[in-house]
Write a protein that binds this ligand. Structure first.
Ligand code: HAM
Length: 416
């Protein structure tokens, strides 16, 4: 037997219903908030991510599935959706083509990470992006959509954390203050942090090494170094969240592991997921569209990990399926008529099932039980010659004779 690749999973019946439920709720919310769906390819040119996600990120340095294709081109299986969405926005001039550049996408992403609960090598994201809008109300609306998703799914005890990492104007002062505060402690930090100090000092806040934590806890906070317009923007975001009564908390360590963020960053954390507790994360990226060769347009968005949403979903959610009717055939004449009725019921929009291999009535009734049919229609014998069928309500255990012509109507009434 050839097993699935490490860190990848089949989504089987029993689980897939929970996925479909999450997807349904996500689509319906995006639609209500005015987002339209975009589907981008799973493969992209490698440079889209080295430039977009950023050379100093763990994703680009360690985690990408990249290869040279037969034409000699460097190709990457997308590790995240944001650079692809920016590419599509620019390549198709979507700001002119659409009434509002509010986009969403759903699909698989690939990162060569160490698999554990909630962390996989192929995983799925719901990705949401807005281009060209700067008002803090936009940040708050994106966060509201993220929060509403968690609420609509009934995920308990989730926590929203926000931060502002400033912009190209104020970030250098903050980085300088950070390095100054580190001072003589820098050599005591882990090797990753030493590297981060050189390439992207903000990412020191992402460090999980226990020995580094007391030093990191003493470092300055980005919100204390914001320029006036970043500070006003952040105050605006918080005020809008308060207006909508969305509970937030500032986390000074929320710098996020991707290079493109400016100003607002946020995550929603779940309580039941263990170490991989971020249900979703995102933020503003006002320089990314331009740096990828597009017009100077702002951007903000988030991505939710679908596996994590499905894991955090309360028991029983999304598991209800449409009630079923089972068609039972008695004898050859019955079988012919039963096949016709099966199709009639399906065409009327009902979930209708039948044993297509000829079996005894007893074994057909057993099968009806096995699929948890709400009703059975028994077709054949003298009844059929009188133009009648038997309709059995499987829950009440009651049987009635019904006219053949009335079958759709009578079955619908039982399935209701
Ligand atoms: P990210 O924080 O790298 O951000 O990923 C977003 C979410 O994807 C995470 O919060 C987590 O739920 C899920 N996720 C990430 N890696 C894995 C994994 N290996 N296994 C399972 N789930 C995972 C981004 O990807 C940004 N593109 C978000 C964004 C959109 N920012 C602005 N717009």
């Amino acid at each position: 037997m050839i097993a699935a690749v490490r860190g990848t999973h089949d989504i089987l019946p029993g689980q897939v219903e929970r996925w479909q439920y999450v997807e349904r709720i996500a689509r319906s919310l995006c639609d209500r908030y005015g987002y339209v769906e975009v589907r981008t390819p799973v493969i992209e040119r490698e440079e889209l991510f080295s430039k977009g996600t950023g050379e100093t990120t763990d994703i680009v340095q360690k985690e990408m599935y990249s290869f040279t294709d037969k034409g000699g081109e460097r190709i990457t299986l997308r590790p995240e959706a944001t650079p692809s969405m920016v590419r599509a926005f620019v390549e198709h001039s979507l700001e002119h083509a659409l009434p509002a550049a509010k986009l969403y996408s759903m699909g698989p992403m690939f990162r060569y990470e160490r698999p554990q609960k909630g962390r996989y090598r192929q995983f799925h994201q719901l990705d949401v992006e807005v281009f060209g809008l700067q008002d803090p109300a936009v940040d708050a609306e994106v966060i509201d959509l993220a929060w509403s998703l968690i609420e609509s799914l009934g995920i308990p005890q989730a926590e929203l954390v926000i931060n502002s990492v400033g912009c190209a104007n104020c970030r250098p002062q903050f980085q300088e203050a950070l390095l100054k505060a580190l001072g003589d402690d820098l050599p005591k930090l882990c090797a990753d942090c030493q590297r981060r100090a050189q390439t992207n000092p903000l990412r020191i806040y992402d460090c999980k090494v226990p020995a580094d934590q007391p030093i990191i806890d003493r470092l300055p906070h980005s919100v204390d170094y914001l320029c006036e317009s970043c500070a006003t923007h952040f105050a605006g975001v918080k005020a809008h969240l308060d207006t909508w009564e969305i509970p937030w908390k500032v986390s000074h360590r929320l710098v996020r592991g991707l290079d493109y963020y400016t100003r607002t960053t946020f995550e929603v954390l779940g309580q039941t997921l263990g170490a991989q507790n971020a249900l979703l994360g995102g933020g503003r990226y006002d320089g990314l569209v331009k740096s990828l060769g597009g017009p100077d347009r702002t951007g903000i968005g988030f991505a939710a990990g679908m596996e994590r949403l499905v894991l955090a979903l309360p028991e029983g959610r999304g598991e209800e399926s449409a009630p079923k009717v089972f068609v039972v055939a008695v004898g050859d004449d019955g079988r012919q008529e039963a096949l016709k009725i099966l199709r009639e019921l399906r065409r009327a929009g009902l979930s209708a099932h039948m044993e297509l291999e000829a079996r005894s009535m007893k074994s057909q009734m057993k099968r009806a039980d096995r699929v948890s049919a709400r009703a059975a229609v028994i077709v054949g014998g003298d009844e059929l010659s009188r133009g009648e069928l038997t309709l059995r309500d499987m829950r009440a255990g009651e049987q009635t004779a019904i006219p053949r012509a009335n079958v759709v109507h009578a079955v619908s009434a039982v399935l209701k």
